[in-house]
Every structure is written in C-alpha cells, then in structure tokens.
Design a protein around this ligand. Structure first.
Ligand code: DGT
Ligand code: CA
Ligand code: CA
Length: 574
C-alpha cells in the first residue's frame, strides 16, 4: 500500500511542478509514480533489505526521488510536496478531476479568481467569470460546468482498477488471521462492477469478536463507523469504506449469495423462493423452520431450481431466466486469453522496449503480443510516422527470428494505434498500413462532434480495408468524460458488415466497451478483442479487468478474437 501512497504524492508533485512550468521534472515524477504503482515489491521492504542502493535499482528512481521515498518511509511525509502545497494552497486533486482542467489552467483560475476547490469553480463558472479569462472563453466555461455535473453523478464511487489491488491486500491480511475460517470479497467487487461504492468482506468464524478487533485495527483504517459481532464498518485512508460481516459456517453459502448481490438480483431470487413456499435470507433457505440449503452457494441456486450463476452476471439482466432454463452462457475466462494486441513500447514514449514487453507477455503465458504504438498525428505521444513504422518492423522481425532460433513459439505482431481524423480518414498512408500485421484506429481528438458526424467518422474507419480494430470505441473516461455522441447500433451494423473488431479496453479509467455495449456487440455478432493499452509492462495485468467486463457483458470465448491461437487470430484481420 505504501507504494500507492507515494505514487499518489508523486503525481501531485508532478502537477504542482507543471503548474510552475518547471521543465522535465514533472515528467520524472510522473514516470516514478507509474513505476511505483506497478511495482510488485513493497518499497519499504526494498529499503529495509537493500537501503537507498536498492531503491535506485528501480527504473526511474534516481538520487532525488530515492531520498523522497526514504523520507516518506521514515516520516510519513514529503516536505518538498508540503512546500509546494503551501505555496499554492488549493485542492489539486479535486480540480484536476474536472475533465479538461490541467495544472496550468488551474493556476490561472487560482491567480485570477482565487479558485481553490470544486465549489469555487462551480460558482465562478455559473456566474460567468471564467469565460472572459484569456484563453478560456464561453465554450470552456460550458465544458467545465458539464464536467462538474458529470463528476457529481459519480461522486463517492471508486474505480474498480484502483480499489481492487488495495482490497486484495486487505484480503491477504485477513485471510492469514487464525480466527478466520473462510473469507470472500463480496458485493460489487465480486461482481467486478466498473466502479465500487464500498468494499464488502464475508467471513466465517467461531470467534467474531476477535475477528472484529483485528479488522478495525488493520493499518490504514482511519475511522470506525460501527463495530459489532456480526457487522463492522470502517473508512480506509485510501478514501473508501469497508464492511465486514461474520456468519457461522453453516450459513456461509446463503450469506455469500445475499451479500454478493446485486440487490436487484436478490429481489428476484427471493421471489422465486417464495413461489416455492420457501424463505431465503442471509442465514439460509428455509422450508418452515427447517434449513434446506445454506452451506454453499451452489446448494442455494440448486434448491431454487437453477444453475449456479457467475457473480458478474448477477444484475437481474436476464441471468435468472437463463439459469432456470439451464441456458447460461459459458463465459470467457482469464485463462482463455492468448495475447494482448494493444501495447505501447518505448518507440512512442512507453516505459519498455519491445523485447521487454514481449518477455512480460511470455511470463503471462501468452502466445503472442501486438505492439501498437501511436502514430504521427499524436505529436505529444511521440507518434510514429511511416518511416519509423518501417524501422520498427525490422526490429520486430529480428526479435521473431531470434525467438524462432531459441525454439520459442512466441510471436510479436506489428500493429499501430492510428488516429481517426475528423473526416474519418487515417493519419497513416495505406501503403504503410498494409505492411502491418494488423491496424487499430481510435479517436484521440475532437471528441465533441455531432452524433451524425461522429458516427460517420467512425464508420468510415470501420470501412477502411486496412483497419482491423477500433480502440476504446465510445471514448468514455470513468468519472471524467461521457461517451462521444454516437449511434452505436449503426456502428455495430457497419462493424458486422465490414468485419471490424471492437476493442474492450481494460485500462482502469476506460473499460470501454462497457458491459452493456459488450452485450449489444455480442448480440449483433460483432467480434471483440480484450486489450490492456499498456504503456508499462506491468499494466498488462489490467487484462483481468477487461475480461471481467466481457463476462459482465455475457461474452463467450468465441466472441473474443484473442482467445484464439495465432493462426486463427490472423484470419480475423482484413
Ligand atoms: P456498491 O457498494 O454500491 O458498489 O454496491 P454493492 O452491490 O456492493 O452494495 P452494498 O455494499 O450496499 O451491499 C452489498 C450487497 O448486500 C448487495 O449487493 C446486496 C446485499 N444487500 C445490501 N442491502 C440489501 C437490501 O436492502 N436488500 C437486499 N436484497 N440485498 C441487500
Ligand atoms: Ca459494496
Ligand atoms: Ca457495503
């Protein structure tokens, strides 16, 4: 957890430095933050074992950054950050959460209008004080208000990808406590919903009191909302609540079913119980006074006359009807994934060389990896031009040769994440596109077009015989940006007709396509690919999030092209 804490501060330092227009340094802190976020080993442990020397072995960590890490480990604070904060005392996290507001604009707003937090910002925008500022204008002011509205809607919910690693850590700590016989993460986290209200644990124990004492004294607990023998609730310093429930073992399955939810799903299961003259609650399934099921979840569903339902489906979206008929889909699984087709390398400013990315992909048990760096329209992302793509091809060919000689089955594919320009054309020549193994196209500019124009723009890319995959097809950013205005059904029809594949982007902020669109895509018979969009090799683990959304969208192995071996995969490309 300490890694994430320091990463958070480093991101903020980077933003403060950017505000001050300090050159290069913000980038260094940002890089270090990404590295820390993805580091498997705890920096505290590294420091304990190997000292500053050990810290400096971490890529992106030099003398200065290492000393900041040590300072945090020793004092829980970083003075440099405190100083920056004092100099410009505003709620940076609150303000940068507003889509379209970067550190530089925030500084102008602070200096000219004294805006320190979200409330100030909303007030200023509503009384039209922002539009007259140099380089702001009416449109920006309107966008700011829209972004604030959007932010309010999602308030209090945390991204699945942010909370999951922290909750897994808490899970490990609890699991190792000797009084705990069984423990499961339940609630929306077990269902892998894209955002989470609070984390829920279910525990079986003979000694609830000891369990609760241990739970409320876990490191990171900053407030205890309530503490009893069956239920306790705390706030973590990472900014979310955790509920714990302790039940006797004989009720564990019933409690699992109940606390996994969703509430909507439970309402229907309970009704079915009633229709069979049974009673279902968190303690069991009862016929009169007699408990007829309760120890396992499977027993409960079976006694209700249906198949066991994977948690990701439990949203009352038809899963109960399907389970009653024995017609649940066989959902895609993490182990079905054979490769990742959307990864960035050092060529476009990512953290790792193609070889390093390939090694990680092999470690993950993949058969192939698609390198798809940005292309030239994205100047700030170091997008590649046609000539650079040609050079990259040579590097990839060489690596594949080497793998072959070593007797490895693994293959690197060359893709590219090209840009769909405003008129739907692509920023790379057809000739260069043809030389790639496959090509991705995505929208990275002009997000606010009319519905008609945006739909036409994407469809033109879908029709392009050199484009195989559309990345993050709806453009939404969780808690930040709505989808583009598009006619998704029309896009699906075009994708079906022209054989384009839609991406399920696993990046925590995106999860795009989302669960509902995945289901529409599957029903339309359009193929999908689950990618991570990794800019750092350790981000490849985000695949878990994409697979979970695919499951929530009822996707099966046959719907997902990167569940296929290489020879079959290649057939899906135009
Ligand atoms: P969240 O926390 O908003 O992301 O969503 P959940 O689903 O984790 O909801 P939460 O934490 O309020 O409750 C956990 C589960 O407990 C929920 O999915 C179903 C069950 N549950 C809670 N309250 C009720 C209720 O009033 N009725 C029923 N049937 N189930 C409930
Ligand atoms: Ca919850
Ligand atoms: Ca809860």
């Amino acid at each position: 957890m300490v890694n994430l804490e320091i990463a958070k501060i480093f991101y903020l330092i980077a933003e403060y430095l950017e505000m001050e227009e300090v050159p290069f340094k913000p980038y260094a802190y940002q890089r270090a933050a990404v590295t820390l976020e993805n580091l498997e080993q705890d920096v505290g442990e590294i420091y304990e074992k190997e000292g500053v020397k050990g810290l400096k072995k971490i890529p992106g960590v030099g003398e200065a950054i290492a000393s900041r890490i040590v300072e945090y480990l020793k004092t829980g604070k970083i003075k440099y950050y405190e100083k920056l904060k004092k100099k410009t005392p505003l709620k940076l996290e609150e303000l940068t959460a507003v889509e379209g507001l970067g550190p530089k604009r925030i500084k102008v707003l602070y200096q000219k209008l004294g805006i320190k937090n979200l409330k100030d910002l909303e007030k200023a925008a509503k009384s039209h004080k922002i539009a007259p500022l140099f380089r702001f204008g009416e449109k920006t002011e309107k966008n700011i208000l829209e972004a604030i509205e959007f932010l309010k809607k999602s308030k209090g919910r945390v991204l699945l990808g942010e909370i999951l690693p922290i909750v897994k850590e808490i899970y490990e700590k609890l699991k190792n406590f000797k009084e705990i016989k069984k423990i499961t993460i339940v609630g929306s986290l077990r269902r892998m919903k894209e955002t989470i209200g609070d984390a829920d644990f279910l525990i079986a124990s003979k000694n609830p009191k000891k369990v609760m004492d241990f739970f409320v004294s876990l490191p990171g607990v900053v407030k205890v909302w309530g503490k009893g023998h069956t239920k306790s609730s705390v706030r973590m310093k990472d900014g979310f609540n955790v509920d714990v429930r302790v039940v006797p073992e004989k009720s564990y399955g019933a409690a699992l079913q109940y606390f996994t939810g969703s509430k909507e799903h439970n309402i229907v299961t309970r009704k079915i119980a009633i229709s069979k003259r049974l009673k279902l609650n968190e303690y069991g399934l009862f016929k009169g006074q007699k408990m007829i099921a309760g120890k396992t979840e499977e027993q409960i569903y079976k006694a209700l006359g249906m198949q066991w339902i994977p948690p990701e489906l439990r949203e009352d979206q038809g899963e109960i009807e399907a389970a009653l008929k024995g017609k649940l889909p066989r959902l895609i699984e993490l182990k079905d994934i054979k490769g990742d087709l959307h990864c960035h390398s050092k060529w476009d400013g990512g953290h790792h060389s193609i070889l390093e990315m390939a090694k990680k992909a092999m470690e993950m048990g993949y058969d192939y990896l698609g390198i798809s760096d940005h292309t030239k329209f994205l100047v700030i992302e170091h997008g590649l031009n046609e000539k650079q793509l040609g050079l990259q091809r040579k590097e990839i060919d060489k690596l594949n040769e080497k793998f072959k000689k070593q007797g490895l089955k693994f293959r690197i594919l060359q893709g590219a994440e090209t840009n769909i320009l405003n008129d739907g054309s692509i920023d790379i020549t057809d000739e260069a596109l043809k030389k790639l193994d496959y090509a991705i196209a995505g929208i990275h500019s002009s997000f606010k077009m009319s519905r008609k124009k945006m739909t036409e723009r994407i469809i033109r890319a879908i029709k392009n015989p050199n484009i195989d995959i559309i990345s993050h097809p709806t453009g939404r950013l969780l808690k930040k940006r709505e989808e583009y205005q598009i006619d998704f059904d029309k896009i699906l029809r075009a994708a079906k007709e022209f054989g384009a594949i839609l991406e399920i982007n696993s990046f925590p902020l995106r999860l795009d396509l989302n669960d509902q669109n995945i289901r529409r895509c599957k029903e339309a018979g359009v193929k999908m690919v689950i990618n991570t969009d990794s800019h750092h090799r350790d981000q490849m683990r985000y695949i878990e999030l994409g697979v979970a959304q695919a499951r929530r969208g009822w996707a099966e192995k046959k719907d997902i092209i990167n569940s296929q071996p290489l020879n079959k995969l290649l057939k899906y490309f135009k």
